[in-house]
Design a protein around this ligand. Structure first.
Ligand SMILES: [Zn+2]
Length: 359
């Protein structure tokens, strides 16, 4: 199985696949799934959906096709059990590892004539830039209510117990430019407004929230009091309902109040791109996975994450999915790695899980 896993991984790594340009991975998957005998369709968004009939309750298996830039096609370098890139691009094991596990488990089931429930394989586009593929995904025709997302979060096999929400915010501070050596009352310093917000970046709400200001651009030159500032920020949080709205409006008000104290104008926009979710350890599919891990003497683990995944969008749709971590490390960088043995373990666990489900 290890050889097949490595081969599939390498075939997928050969394609460029940045967000919004997943077409080469999509056509590869379309071809593979058709050859395997699945019913295949590509929706208007570019998501690839494969269906394999079976007995019992349907299971959704998901991984995403896009990677963060550069996401260039390459030949992975192998060092013992570890795959890495040659350093010119990211390995894109996020989320090729997920795709490989799903493909190889499905092939194992078909070739081994193993029993299995109906399977809905959903390979999504544009996960990395806002979970757009998962948001557009429509699986109502398959009558599926539960499933598994394979993506990186923690050590291989760890189940994500809680996923934080993700809110992006953009701020335009409009003050008035002036000469820093002349009458300062003639200007309104946009950077002073930003500092005056008193916003605490980093952890908040006793570890429940993280606030980040990712980019700040302001000013024209060293010797000009900056009249304008543009800020891109984000809030990740496990808070929900009124507590979340309270936290979000606190950030907004900090900018608005600082602007008015300093005589500046501010445009503030906020967009919630992902909703928080919680996975109950008692959910039947989680229980079955726990059983599979326990049966081979492994340790079942759950952990909460601030990193968004397709699970945020799919749970929002009412699908009871949970994330099984692929064990990818240093994702989103050229140092990204994945272990072949982890992918092998996860593939055989998935096969065992599908066989174990009531049918
Ligand atoms: Zn990912």
């Amino acid at each position: 199985m290890k050889e097949a896993i490595e081969r599939t991984f390498r075939e997928l790594a050969a394609f460029n696949s940045p967000s919004k340009n997943e077409v080469r991975v999509a056509s590869y998957l379309q071809e593979q799934l058709t050859t395997m005998g699945l019913e295949v369709k590509v929706d208007d968004f570019g998501n690839v959906i494969g269906y394999l009939s079976g007995r019992g309750e349907s299971i959704l298996l998901n991984a995403h096709m896009d990677g963060v830039p550069p996401a260039k096609g390459h030949i992975p370098v192998k060092e013992g059990d570890v795959l890495r890139s040659d350093g010119s691009t990211n390995l894109r094991a996020d989320d090729i590892a997920g795709i490989t596990i799903i493909l190889e488990a499905t092939i194992t089931i078909i070739e081994g004539k193993k029993k299995h429930p109906p399977l809905v394989l959903a390979f999504t586009a544009q996960e990395e830039i806002g979970l757009w593929g998962a948001k557009a995904l429509d699986v109502t025709e398959y009558d599926v209510n539960q499933g598994i997302v394979f993506d990186n979060a923690f050590g291989a096999g760890t189940v994500v117990s809680k996923g934080a929400c993700y809110v992006a915010f953009d701020v335009e501070i409009k003050g008035k430019e002036t000469h820093p050596g002349k009458d300062l009352s003639q200007g309104v310093n946009a950077v002073k407004v930003l500092l005056d917000t008193g916003i605490q970046v980093g952890e908040a709400d006793k570890g429940q929230t993280r606030v980040n200001i990712g980019t700040v651009s302001a000013g024209k030159a060293r010797n000009v009091v900056p009249g304008n500032a543009t800020i891109q920020g984000e809030i990740r949080s496990f808070l929900t309902g009124d507590k979340l709205s309270g936290r979000l409006s606190e950030v907004e008000m900090a900018f608005k109040n600082a602007a008015s104290r300093n005589g500046a104008q501010v445009e503030f926009t906020q967009k919630q791109l992902a909703f928080a979710y919680k996975v109950d350890e008692d959910e039947p599919l989680v229980q079955k996975y726990k059983e599979v891990v326990g049966a081979r003497g492994g340790e079942f683990e759950m952990a909460e994450t601030f990193v968004a995944s397709d699970a945020n969008a799919l749970r929002e749709k009412g699908l009871k999915v949970f994330v099984i971590s692929t064990g990818v490390e240093s994702e989103h960088s050229v140092n990204e790695t994945v272990k072949l043995s982890d992918m092998e373990q996860l593939t055989s666990d998935l096969v065992a899980l599908l066989e174990l489900l009531p049918q």
